[in-house]
Design a protein around this ligand. Structure first.
Ligand code: ATP
Ligand code: ZN
Length: 297
């Protein structure tokens, strides 16, 4: 086979909470593909990268088996599957992504008392994450009974199947609707970029690296701003110190104005109104904050 015909596959959730953000991330990396209605695979049109649309639970083993080279999955799923047993290759986490934030938490029926982890001894806890929960209970030094359910965990207490639950929470509205109260956070989770074994051929290995770098670039761009302002020379040090997450700003003379300079800087953190107000107080004027389009380290 000619090298040029080699391609890599990225696995993302087919339909669910991670789908939209995952596909958007790949688009931001420059990938264009056509998505059919019930397709399992989308062929990248401008890169040797195809997108595999699967259930999120299958992503860790698809990576372990070498079916795909990269995947986007919740840390919760990755850790649970990793604890299930050694796959062919343990998927490597390349980095945290900025979406899919949630918590794996313990929740008790409203009105029931909860007096810290000690009170979990002997309790029945319903969850879809038995391995993460087992590890956490061990860390806490308590023994409880785990009731493993594949779904509808939140109704287990009402059905008399468990005393409390350990489930994913983001806003807490599902818990509230089921009259449950969050009492402990077992795991803070978010989507992660995961890789399987590095491909043996340099062409695919290079594309895995390139896509991972682009994703990293997209993440950094999203939280970066380009800031431009005029600063009195006398206040330059103070103003520099106020610029969030900047290394070395560019300082330029202003034509015909001797006591002021122009300052341009990339801020690697969000720039809030409070920062702008402090800059103004320090003497800055003509402050402009612009989004950054692309960034390459
Ligand atoms: P699939 O059909 O792919 O198995 P699913 O029902 O397991 O779908 P979703 O509910 O779409 O999965 O959740 C996917 C991931 O989104 C979770 O594993 C978790 O990492 C993240 N997530 C973020 N917020 C929440 C939330 N409030 N509840 C559940 N998962 C959340
Ligand atoms: Zn799932």
């Amino acid at each position: 086979m000619m090298e040029r015909e080699l391609r890599i596959k990225v696995a993302v959730q087919k339909t669910g909470r991670l789908t939209e953000n995952s596909l958007e991330m790949l688009k931001r990396c420059g990938l264009s593909y056509s998505r059919g209605t019930d397709q399992l695979i989308c062929f990248g049109e401008n890169m040797p990268v195809d997108v595999l649309l699967v259930r999120d639970d299958d992503i860790p083993s698809l990576l372990a088996e070498g079916v795909c080279e990269l995947g986007i999955v919740g840390l919760n799923v990755l850790l649970e599957k990793a604890a299930e047993g050694p796959g062919l290759v343990a998927p490597r986490t390349l980095g945290a992504l900025d979406f899919g934030h949630c918590r794996l938490s313990l929740a008790v029926p409203r009105g029931k008392s909860y007096d810290g982890t000690g009170s979990l001894a002997g309790a029945r806890i319903a969850t879809s994450y038995p391995r993460i929960l087992t590890g956490w209970l061990q860390e806490q030094g308590v023994e409880a009974e785990i009731v493993t359910l594949s779904g509808a965990v939140e109704i287990a207490p009402r059905l008399g199947r468990a005393d409390l639950i350990c489930d994913l929470v983001s806003t807490g509205s599902t818990l509230a609707a089921n009259e449950l109260e969050e009492v402990e956070v077992v795991l803070e989770s978010h989507a992660v970029l995961v890789a399987g074994e590095t491909p043996a051929d340099s062409f695919r290995a290079e594309w895995v690296k390139r896509l991972a770098n682009r994703i990293d670039g997209v993440l950094r761009v999203r939280e970066s701003k380009y800031i431009m302002l005029h600063a009195p020379r006398a206040a330059l040090e103070e103003i520099r110190a106020l610029l969030p997450g900047t290394e070395a700003p560019t300082v330029m003379p202003l034509d015909g104005i001797d006591d002021k300079v122009a300052v341009h800087a990339v801020c690697r953190e969000n720039v809030f109104w409070e920062t702008l107000e402090s800059l103004k107080q320090a003497g800055a004027s003509s402050v402009l904050v612009l989004p950054v389009e692309k960034m390459l380290a």
